[in-house]
Ligand binder design. Structure first.
Ligand SMILES: Cc1ncc(COP(=O)(O)O)c(C=O)c1O
Length: 362
């Protein structure tokens, strides 16, 4: 048996060990059925119970009211970059965007195919290492929606724009792929939230959508059936075969989070983990955090080494010690440690201990 590994992957990412053990125990025989969830009809009573329970747990965790539909769809968050404008750019055909990094750049490019994506603030000129300032007066009350990315996975920045006053006429659309379920949020502030599962919720293959029901049914006439949110809302995400195993596994992650104490508790733990690593980085003579405190992400900590030539050595030695996926995104280089919900505090202690020792030897 190998030594335990510490998994800092940005996604697909670490899952709670206890969840994987439960899944392993049920893999060949789900609750006495004699078959795996993977082998079951999505129309069966067994799977109906699984998807209903997954949705109920997700709703409970985030406090989602009946005013919102919860959808399980495929295609990753990237498909949402097209689905959102196809469904919501129906009035002024213009949407406002806060440009905070590579993922918002992709969302903007896609929205521009269907209407006008107006960038009201951008930190592109600062290399996206900070969150741009935005004022309420920057938002056009006639915009069909305002799009934000709450956590910028590649650059390691985060902002929830909670202080920003948004005109009632403008629904807020949030890409929460890399920080959903990491803290409590006020769902009522949003018109639509989307997130791929593969960071804080489960394996790749399912994307969660929370959409205010009054935004349904307004898709562009040429919108493909499968890209119309109302197709999925009308059939409780069972219009066609959904990613059954991913939905089952996400349900187990939701249960794990509920049993842990819900979003308030994970928020506390996530703060502890991030504080531990940032505190080390801020006092180190060798390592440095790439993002300044007000803009920092708790989920993805990006950092560098002052003596750049040591980067390769650091990453190689980390792997030897079974600390995996610390290399930064290929577009920005450097290092990145992703500290998603399922990563235990001890793993961050392990990383800091390794970095201290590396610095001592350097
Ligand atoms: C913030 C954010 N948005 C969108 C995406 C794209 O997600 P997917 O690969 O599920 O299409 C990612 C992927 O890492 C992401 O981090």
């Amino acid at each position: 048996m190998n030594r335990p590994s510490l998994n800092f992957s940005a996604g697909p990412a670490i899952l709670p060990k206890s969840v994987l053990e439960e899944v392993k125990a049920e893999l060949l025989d789900y609750q006495g059925t004699g078959m795996s969830v993977m082998e079951m009809s999505h129309r069966s009573a067994w799977f109906t119970q699984i998807i209903e329970e997954s949705e109920a747990r997700f709703r409970e965790l985030l406090g989602i009211s009946e005013e919102y539909a919860v959808l399980f769809v495929q295609g990753g968050a990237t498909t949402q970059f097209s689905m959102v404008p196809l469904n919501l750019m129906h009035d002024s055909k213009q949407a406002d965007f806060i440009d905070t990094g590579a993922w918002s750049v992709k969302a903007i490019a896609e929205a521009n195919r269907y209407g006008k994506a107006r960038v009201i603030a951008s930190s592109k000129d600062q290399g996206f290492v900070e969150i741009p300032a935005v004022a309420s007066s920057d938002i056009d009350p006639a915009a069909d929606y305002l799009h934000i990315t709450t956590n910028n996975t590649i650059f390691g920045t985060a902002s929830h724009f909670e202080a920003l006053e948004i005109p009632d006429s403008v629904p807020v659309v949030a890409d929460m792929s890399s920080d959903i379920l990491s803290r409590p949020i006020e769902v009522n502030r949003y018109g639509l939230i989307y997130a791929g599962a593969q960071k804080n919720m489960g394996p790749a293959g399912v994307t969660l959508i929370i959409i205010r029901k009054d935004l349904l049914g307004k898709a562009h006439p040429l919108c493909p059936l499968m890209l119309d949110y109302s197709t999925h809302a009308k059939k409780n995400s069972l219009h066609n075969t959904p990613p059954t195993f991913a939905i089952y596994l996400a349900g187990k992650v939701f249960k794990w989070l509920q049993e842990l104490g819900g979003l308030q508790e994970i928020d506390r733990i996530n703060t502890q983990k991030a504080d531990l690593l940032y505190t080390f980085l801020d006092q180190s003579d060798l390592f440095y955090a790439k993002v300044q405190p007000p803009h920092r992400s708790r989920m993805n900590v990006t950092f560098g080494i002052r003596e750049g030539e040591l980067e390769k050595v650091f990453l190689a030695e980390a792997e030897q010690e079974r600390l995996f996926f610390l290399k930064g995104h290929r577009s920005v280089g450097g290092m990145r440690a992703s500290l998603y919900n399922a990563l235990p505090l001890e793993a961050v202690h392990g990383l800091v201990a390794f970095m201290k020792e590396f610095e001592r030897k350097a």
